[in-house]
Design a protein around this ligand. Sequence first.
Ligand SMILES: [Zn+2]
Ligand SMILES: [Zn+2]
Length: 200
Amino acid sequence: MNTTQPGSSLVIDTKEVGRRPGSMASLSRTIEAPADLGTDVIAVPEGQEIDLDLRLESVVEGVLVTGTGSAVATGACVRCLTEVHPTVDIRFQELFVWPDRVDHHREVGDDEDEEEYRIENELIDLEPVLRDTVVPSLPFQPVCREDCPGLCSQCGARLADDPDHQHDVIDPRWAALEVLRPLAETAGESPVETDEGKRN
Ligand SMILES: [Zn+2]
Ligand SMILES: [Zn+2]
């Protein structure tokens, strides 16, 4: 389990809002994207600066954090491997529970399986929230455009650049059969010639 590190751009001090229920604070933060913010095919690069608008609202159980912002992911089109840079909207609203309210929150919570974020050492760590928000919103199979035709199966050329792309060259797997073709054609044509010869 990772401990909440003060000083990280993703860590917010609860002193910003205080513990009195009803008090609120708004702040803008430029955070740095943590490592592995994404999947194998697409992710927000580590260290990318993301501007987040945050609203903190102190409630009895903890601090309700609302965040909005956007990040730019980097990935590769699954069809043609071109780099893609989709923008990801970040929107979350999560309750961070005070450690001394955790048990009570569990009792009144409507869903015990729901992931629970906790305030640790008076600090709120946004990293898991950011991860839970961003990663599922990334395209599972990114494409450079919806109708990306992909790559030529023979030479790997991008078909989007050259839609009429064709090969006259015979696939090596068929080359062996091609050697037999003249024989087959001769065999097939000769009866026709014979028929025509008879009619004439
Ligand atoms: Zn593509
Ligand atoms: Zn080709």
